[in-house]
Design a protein around this ligand. Sequence first.
Ligand code: 3H9
Length: 677
Amino acid sequence: MAAVSVTVENGIARVTISSPPVNALGHAVRVGLKEAAVKIATDEAIRGAVILAEGATFPAGADIAEFPDVPEPSHGEVFDMITALDKPVVAALHGNTLGGGLELALACHYRVAAANTKLGFPEVNLGLLPGARGSQRLPRLIGAEAALGMMLTGKPIGADKAEKIGLVDETVPAGTQDDAAIAMVTALIAKDGPLPRTTEDSEWTTKDRADPDIFDRIKADYGRLFRGVIAPDAILTCVKAAVELPYEKGVEVETSEFLRLLNSDQSRALIHVFFAMRETVKVPDIPKDTPLIDVNSVGVIGAGTMGGGIAMCFANAGIAVKLVEIKPEALERGLSVIRKNYENTAKKGRMTAEDVEMRMGLITGTLEMDDLADVDLVIEAVFESMEIKEKVFTRLDAIAKDGAILASNTSFLDLNHIAAMTKRPEMVVGLHFFSPANVMPLLEVVRGDKSSDSVIATGMKLGKALRKTPVLAGVCDGFIANRLMFPYMVASQQMLLKGTPMQEIDAAMKAYGFAMGPIALLDLIGLDVITFPGDVTMTGELVKLERRGQKLNGGFYDYDEKRRSTPSPAALEVIEKVREANGIETAPALSPEEIVASLLYPVINEGAKILEEGIALRAGDIDVAAILGYNWPSYQGGPMCWADIHGLGTIISGLEAMGIEPAKLLKEKAETGSSFT
Ligand code: 3H9
């Protein structure tokens, strides 16, 4: 079917967009819409039109894969042609009417929406703004404040709310929107009245113009969203233009701001992340028709923080879980922590009391491993000791039914060795959750040498079912995310020893975009959790002083009752002691740029090795693992995309200056002028 087709019946043109999977407004669709606009304008038999879309959704936006080059005709030009028609045009919306799709809807004279339609401007998540007239039209239709709310947060709203605020004219039951739009256009033709256009100033324009501090107020309300990123300010500039200038002048501002963003590093990074997030599930050597294993019941061994969190993930997805512990007290404690977690969510209004009971009802505690004989999948989440895991898997092999998947949540032990404890290594896989497992969105699916295709494919599918982003990893110490970030943590400790103050290290990484710097992060995860090699023994020394981080007595920092931190005199003493014991000489404190380089270049180098060894399938997978597992700021693109933008040559010289041998793949990429992403 053509990307856009036009049929005419009873004087009404039915313009149908068909461009699966999301009807993105690529070149062919724009050409088709332009031709449709010309036909509607010139064909005298046509007295009005509806624009609708086949499949799951009205266009979900511009075709992001086209960026940064957008061949003519431009979206804005086509949309302006539609608005200028003097025959009524009604858009029939359903699904995800987002970005350019919503701009197309705004270009029509009226909008009918199926009740399940989501309407939004998510461009900000790609480092962009609604650049096809949306920033100019939406404030005229619903006012600057509501328009900015949608553009700055990027969050879509439902059809009901859209109708309430005047964004759509009528909401109808799902599936009836096309007929309703035709009925509306039929009535409009009969009425033959003036047509409303979102290019014209409105009551809102007058009202917003009379409000002198509207933009300062909105910026203060959404201040958090402006941190580190450039798109929100550009959005504000455009909406200001929409309020203060005539449409044509405002369009000039919008176009120039949009192009500036489209060619920025932030948008390049965020678009990379958009596609990388969707690519992780694709495993090239596993055929698409690989049979999946049904997972309707699960066993989790270990009711500690990890096991409890994992059990919650399954209960949240409606899958029954048996939670196994050795001691009744431990089981009791585990179950009561889970209940408390759910009850806290309910207190915040994000879950009902019935939901709590329903989810608790899906989790059964047991002290008998034999109870796992009938489950489809077992995940072991016991203490990180090979000796214990060997025992657990030997036992599991004897208990679990044929065809059951046996998974380990180990974060650094050798999965192949664990698999060798069983007579069915092909059924063994790593499912590495991040703590807290019920919250963190990353799931590393670890492929052992003998894991079968079915087991891996099921693991990836399961990740999606648990609403996580699964990333495939090979077996190595730390898999992808932890292995990648270990050099970062080590380098931050070495930096402390060389004399850069902890608060300056943390501030530089916060300015880069992390929620917190590495020293504060250590305090948060607990100083007893990571063991550092060699001469960086401060965490061990602090633990000896019973300082385990935020959870016990503070760590590198002291914390007041509001969790505000100040460098701890005890920690400063420990740093001094370790420095002296290892004969380390201090150097002048590093600048913020030097801190970023010294901490991140080793990460890039590790990433290159992870890729070179085939532990990760793609550089994008490494970026996704860092973003979802360690909160790497997505507008920096993740480590490998950031490396490409920053310059591989610069990174190589930086590593050499630090005395670190650059990875082979890194050198190859730099020499051939290619990139990771
Ligand atoms: C924009 O509109 C700019 C304008 O203001 C100005 C222009 C001048 N383009 O997510 P899914 C692909 S910016 C190209 O798995 P879901 C996606 O990669 C745009 N491809 O499905 C995937 O491909 P594959 C503003 C796109 O059901 C497949 O479609 N709009 C686009 O979970 C299925 O996607 C947005 O930012 C696109 N626009 O979620 C919305 N969208 O199968 C972006 C999707 O090969 N899209 N693909 O992996 C989304 O948020 C989600 O895709 C959506 C569906 C919610 C629509």
